[in-house]
Design a protein around this ligand. Structure first.
Ligand SMILES: C[S@@+](CC[C@H](N)C(=O)[O-])C[C@H]1O[C@@H](n2cnc3c(N)ncnc32)[C@H](O)[C@@H]1O
Length: 235
């Protein structure tokens, strides 16, 4: 039997902001929709990954479940994984009210979720991997790779900084959100940069390749956001 090493990262104590109640979680949803076209983002992911009606998909750090709900209408089964019970409670409630019975809500994290069903056709994660330091991002990506079927796809979206001019890019980003959404959002993003573990493009690309992925497509936006479409390659 595997024992947990003393140096194992405790992902529960590093979940970022405390999403402790349904009201706080609902606030997250409303706020993000002020500066993200979430439905359009999710449609692009579904098409970019080529998801099919017989596919089994997992989303890690599903948050309020926007992607999981949209994917569940187009795939056989979606595992919605998050460390936060409040987020999962909200996702489960929305699935129920929308009559979707093919979403399985699982409380767990990148480092602790154990996948027991059929190997995944795709894994998706948006704005969540930055909760882990780089050493543990590597472990998380290796674990995701291990859950995927041969040639399974990975979509990763997160805050990732390009090397050039990153301090100026961060400031431009915060100022833009302050105007578009408000000063609270600017505070939130400043806290993110100060306290969480976003990394550089060259590190993220290296982590993906070393975890056994081919990077098929990468989009970098404003020097601060990245989307990677990847495929699991044979060892
Ligand atoms: C900023 S939200 C992103 C939610 C959603 N994916 C989106 O794009 O809006 C980050 C989510 O990651 C979850 N999270 C934090 N650490 C995690 C971990 N180690 N494993 C899985 N989920 C985690 C948080 O609970 C939260 O729901």
């Amino acid at each position: 039997m595997m024992t947990t090493p003393l140096w194992q990262y405790d992902e529960i104590t590093h979940t970022g902001k405390d999403f402790a109640s349904r009201e706080v979680v609902a606030g997250y949803d409303a706020r993000h929709r002020q500066f993200r076209d979430v439905d359009k983002e999710n449609e692009a992911i579904i098409n970019g990954l080529g998801l099919q009606p017989d596919h089994v998909v997992a989303e890690f750090g599903c948050g309020t479940g926007a992607f999981a709900l949209q994917a569940a209408r187009r795939c056989a089964k979606v595992y919605a994984v998050d460390i936060s019970a409040a987020m999962l409670d909200y996702t489960g409630w929305k699935a129920e009210t929308q009559g979707l019975d093919n979403i399985i809500c699982c409380q767990g994290g990148f480092l602790t979720y154990v996948h027991e069903g059929k190997a995944l056709d795709a894994a998706v994660t948006s704005l969540a991997l930055h909760h882990l330091p780089d050493f543990w991002k590597q472990k998380a990506l290796q674990r995701l790779n291990g859950m995927l079927a041969a040639e399974g796809r990975l979509f990763l979206h997160d805050v990732v900084f390009t090397e050039d001019n990153y301090e100026a890019n961060i400031q431009v980003w915060i100022d833009k959100l302050s105007i578009e959404v408000g000063p609270d959002m600017a505070q939130d993003v400043a806290r993110h940069v100060r306290c969480e573990d976003s990394t550089f493009t060259w590190i993220m690309e290296g982590l993906l390749v070393r975890a056994g992925f081919r990077i098929d497509r990468v989009d970098y936006t404003d020097g601060v956001l990245a989307c990677y479409y990847c495929t699991k390659i044979a060892p």
